[in-house]
Design a protein around this ligand. Structure first.
Ligand SMILES: Nc1ncnc2c1ncn2[C@@H]1O[C@H](COP(=O)(O)OP(=O)(O)OP(=O)(O)O)[C@@H](O)[C@H]1O
Ligand SMILES: [Mg+2]
Length: 360
């Protein structure tokens, strides 16, 4: 297990091009020893490239890869001692499940008794015990992926376990179970884990720290709560949370936020530099409330639509030319048409040119 540091890393797959496109733009990133991380972002943003740079499958165009402060950039993959699990299972179909799981240990000359103990432990964890003697060929796709995962877990000497959308072929209930088990493994062995996904729910439920990427850049690093409460950019506000954060254009005039035909107080502690333009107010749908009468924080609106999701409802309210979404409890009372929407000031984030403004 180790701390992994990406120092001034950048990568292009077309190094000889006149103006090469960068799959990863210059970045510095530290993965702490024993942490659980999710690497979250849309298709093509550079997640796999970053993982492959850590494992050594891709050599970065620029920068260094350090494990516990030692430079591993020029070390080949086997020397890095990284366990990597890919999107689709990689199994030796002619071997039994047991031999598949034992293979990384056989390669490292682990004594037989110890090998068997570890294989059994991992098989137990992944519900593979009664399949140990079966040929891997006979297994379904999700069971094969469990073997790939098991091969990563069976070694206790790895620097880190890197997983690239590993649960794509696994059904939702099993996915939930495996994520829970991965967390347990992290608690037991303090293994550094990086889990790549473009699914925010997977990221939020698995990781202590989420690294959000977009177009080759890291746009925010934080806990699930940080990303939910204080998205650093409007992009993160849209990408994380369901439904997405509400964004409404606003200006500051008369010491108030002028917004959708109304005016509400500027949240305290906000420093808004002179000449700031393209202001937007951001608020999570779960933080907007319905009111029965005017108050300092309210705006007049009209209910447009109610969507039922079973354990919550989403209400869309038109406020002048803007649409605001509210996430309410299933039994919440909803006015037939005209209403007040309340934007509590401690829940408001303000963005200038899509970047969050600092608040004391
Ligand atoms: N071997 C390659 N040769 C050339 N370009 C590549 C190669 N691998 C990836 N790219 C490009 O680099 C960029 C980042 O790709 P990458 O596979 O790292 O993204 P990703 O976030 O893992 O996407 P996905 O969610 O679809 O797996 C993309 O524009 C992709 O087309
Ligand atoms: Mg990928």
């Amino acid at each position: 297990m180790a701390m992994i540091e990406l120092s001034h890393i950048a990568h292009t797959y077309e190094p000889t091009a006149v103006t090469p496109a960068y799959a990863l733009e210059k970045l510095n990133l530290v993965w702490n020893d024993g942490g659980t991380y999710a690497l979250l972002g849309p298709s093509g943003c550079g997640k796999t490239t970053m993982l492959n740079i850590i494992s050594g499958l891709v050599r970065p165009s620029q920068g260094r890869v350090l494990f516990d402060h030692v430079d591993f950039t020029d070390f080949p993959t086997p020397k890095r001692n990284i366990a990597q699990v890919f999107q689709f299972p990689v199994v030796y179909t002619l071997m039994s499940v047991e031999d598949n799981l034992a293979f990384p240990l056989i390669c490292r000359h682990v004594p037989k008794a110890e090998r068997q103990r570890r294989v059994r432990e991992v098989a137990e964890l992944l519900n593979l015990t009664d399949k140990l003697s079966k040929p891997a060929l006979k297994l379904a796709a999700d069971e094969k992926q469990l073997i790939s995962l098991g091969r990563g877990l069976v070694r206790n000497d790895v620097t880190a376990l890197l997983m690239d959308e590993p649960l794509t072929v696994i059904d939702p209930q099993m996915k939930f179970e495996i994520r829970r088990k991965l967390k347990k493994i992290n608690e037991l062995y303090a293994l550094t884990m990086v889990y790549v996904t473009h699914d925010q729910t997977e990221a939020m439920t698995f990781a202590d720290t989420i690294v959000v990427m977009n177009e080759g850049k890291v746009v925010q690093i934080g806990t699930p709560q940080d990303l939910y409460n204080r998205p650093q950019t409007t992009y993160v506000g849209y990408f994380v949370g369901s439904p997405a954060m509400n964004f409404i254009k606003c200006t500051i005039d008369d010491g108030k936020l002028q917004i959708a035909g109304g005016a509400i107080p500027v949240p305290p502690g906000l420093s808004i530099p002179a000449g700031t333009e393209n202001l937007q107010l951001g608020i999570r749908p779960s933080n907007v409330k319905l009111g029965t009468s005017r108050c300092e924080q309210s705006l007049r609106g009209t209910v447009q639509r109610v969507q039922e999701f079973g354990n919550y409802r989403v209400v869309t309210v038109a406020v002048k030319d803007e649409l605001l979404r509210l996430k309410l409890a299933p039994g919440a009372e909803i006015p037939a048409l005209d209403t007040w929407v309340v934007l509590p000031e401690d829940r408001i984030c303000l963005y200038a040119d899509d970047e969050l403004l600092a608040q004391k």
